[in-house]
Design a binder for this molecule. Structure first.
Ligand code: MEV
Length: 300
């Protein structure tokens, strides 16, 4: 048996717009997917966590095996503490964990770059047209500015500076919306309203520019304001549903500096920025009172 690990992420600025080449900023979180693989006569998948879609997951394992040119079959078991309802990069974390488990099984000494590329092939089963930000985050972690290239090999990413510790609360709607579906809905919006969509992309690009500076200087007030601005854009493209809005409202009422959908939306997860650790607990309680699952994550 071999084991592999992949980490989750939150997108701070510019999800969805990143699919169309706008830069985005994402932060790695410590919640992780852990995968155990055992050689088997046929491909199999089981999970300790709720919310995964077995058909897509099995397809992603097949994609990874094919990409790595591995002819043997495995039973793959997923565990770990990364919620799989969407928004936290759980499918990418799973793919990275599978690649790393295979790397351990066959002692391949893969470089991160190769892990990332193979995981991207797995991600295609879930996303259809992934930008590559999720598998990049699951492979490298940290605080990253990501720009999609014309091909995966042309994607660019760099670590961004974090000037002061950031304390986030993640609110989990418990509603799973496949990222592929959300990305397809946004594409429809783009095709129907090309000018409006371009305008929203331009605004997202500005938010990322200002956000990168605010992160570097540790200006948490401005980071929060930019998160709120970003949420306006996400509402405009229709990815923030009632449950997202309830979590965001609860967090802002508890004094969050900013709050928004993170990731694909249509449910999934929201992210709220607290002033400090103590304040994060207050936001946590406000989200709990509305009946949603929630947890705290910090970025140093
Ligand atoms: C999903 O975590 C982020 C999206 O922008 C899709 C993608 O970039 O592949 C919604």
């Amino acid at each position: 048996m071999s084991i592999g690990i992949g980490y989750g992420k939150v997108i701070l600025f510019s999800e969805h717009f990143v699919v169309y080449g706008v830069p985005a900023i994402a932060l790695g979180i410590t919640n992780k997917a852990i995968v155990e693989i055992k050689k088997s006569d046929s491909l199999g998948y089981t999970s300790d966590t709720q919310g995964t879609i077995p058909e897509l997951t099995t397809k992603s394992i097949r994609n990874v095996l094919e990409a790595m040119n591995i002819k043997e079959n495995f039973h793959v078991h997923l565990k770990g503490d990364l919620p799989t309802f969407g928004g936290l990069g759980s499918s990418a974390a799973f793919c990275v964990a599978v690649v790393r488990a295979l790397n351990n099984e066959y002692k391949l000494n893969l470089r991160n770059e190769q892990v990332n590329a193979y995981a991207y092939e797995g991600e295609k089963a879930f996303h259809g047209n992934p930008s590559g930000i999720d598998n990049t985050m699951a492979t490298y972690g940290g605080a990253v500015k990501f720009i999609r290239g014309k091909t995966p090999a042309e994607n660019k990413f760099e670590q961004v500076k974090i000037g002061s510790p950031l304390h986030f609360v993640i609110g989990v709607t418990g509603i799973s919306s496949p990222t592929a579906k959300m990305v397809a809905e946004v594409r429809k919006f783009k095709e129907e309203e090309p000018d409006q969509f371009q305008n929203l992309c331009d605004q997202a690009g500005e938010i990322v520019k200002r956000g990168e500076k605010a992160l570097a200087s540790g200006d948490t007030k401005l980071i929060g304001e930019l998160m709120n601005e970003n949420q306006f854009l996400l509402r405009a493209i229709g990815v923030s549903i009632e449950q997202n809005e309830t979590i965001i409202k609860a967090a802002l009422s508890a004094g969050a500096l900013g709050a928004k959908v993170t990731g694909g939306g249509g449910g999934g997860c929201c992210i709220a920025l607290a002033k400090d650790e103590k304040h994060a607990k207050e936001i946590l309680n406000a989200i709990k009172e509305k009946g949603f699952d929630r947890f705290i994550t910090s970025v140093e």
